[in-house]
Ligand binder design. Sequence first.
Ligand code: ACO
Length: 326
Amino acid sequence: MIRARITGTGSYVPQKILTNFDLEKTLDTNDEWIKARTGISERHIAADDENTSDLATRAAERALEMAGVKAEDLDLIVVGTITGDYPWPATACIVQSNLGAVNAGAFDVSAACSGFLYALSTAVDRIEAGRSKKVLVIGAEILSRVVDWEDRNTCILFGDAAGAVVVEAQESEHGILSTHLHADGTHLKLLYQPGFGTKLVPNEESLKNKEYTLKMEGNEVFKVAVRSMADVAEIALKANDMSVEDVDLFIPHQANIRILKATAKRIGFKEDQVYVNVDRFGNTSGATIPLAMDEANRAGKLKEGDIVLLDAFGGGFTWASVLMRW
Ligand code: ACO
């Protein structure tokens, strides 16, 4: 059977680190509150001359190098992002040009924090259908440009990063075993960016009201996120006739430590099965899962044959899981 298998991972975070102590200087907040409520100590922030496509390209180069795949051998590039360089064209097209991936189609997927898993699932479908052989899948975000740095309820949570994987068609027992995607658009205003699409255009009032920044009802998001991530993880296990004991590593979207712990507990995972790096990077939306995968992979925590479960929840709402044999 032809399976989609991850053969390389890569990631990139901007150099600048913004700690909770740095935030104390400009906001009515403190390190203790942020750590206790979110588990976050610091996050990386893109330089003024860095764009989302730059972060994505760097992560991609590292993934291609690990996979031993040349850019011109790629047939598809899919980028999960909600903070692309432009409303259009797709950031994936800029990455395609940066890499010289002259034989690849390229497009973006907009599914907020679930964007990478939605993008990965698209790659899996193309590969299993025999239509693609080598696909580059990226999650990349510069959230620091769309948060309101005067709103302590939201700005403390987010950071900038990119992660990438090379997915190849292989006749193998290893690879991606299932993907599950879900959405519910009825509560979109609990987590969204009101401007500037076609519904709300830039004008004096919308600019004054900072409508271009992220808005969130944190408490409500928290509850739905935990429930949905637990549900979609259980759906993945059931579809593969597996139980929590079969999973070697659970890599959830790194929103904040309380969501991670509550989700893992609800599913029944032990602490040592769960990958956590939110303390060092904050919530980097579509980038959290590929960033965590790359870290785990390079640290030797992903061994051949391991069962790995990825799980995400984000604006939309969207949520998704991907289960694989490494
Ligand atoms: N520093 C100090 N105090 C703060 C801060 C801050 N940065 N932010 C809020 N507070 C205050 C509030 O004003 C409030 O004060 P009050 O009681 O005087 O009104 C108090 O702290 C408690 O506020 P709550 O919002 O109830 O705090 P809560 O414990 O819910 O934590 C948080 C807020 C961390 C946002 C939480 O709701 C959460 O984790 N939500 C999930 C949202 C999330 O992670 N979204 C990411 C995007 S979605 C995703 O990726 C899945």
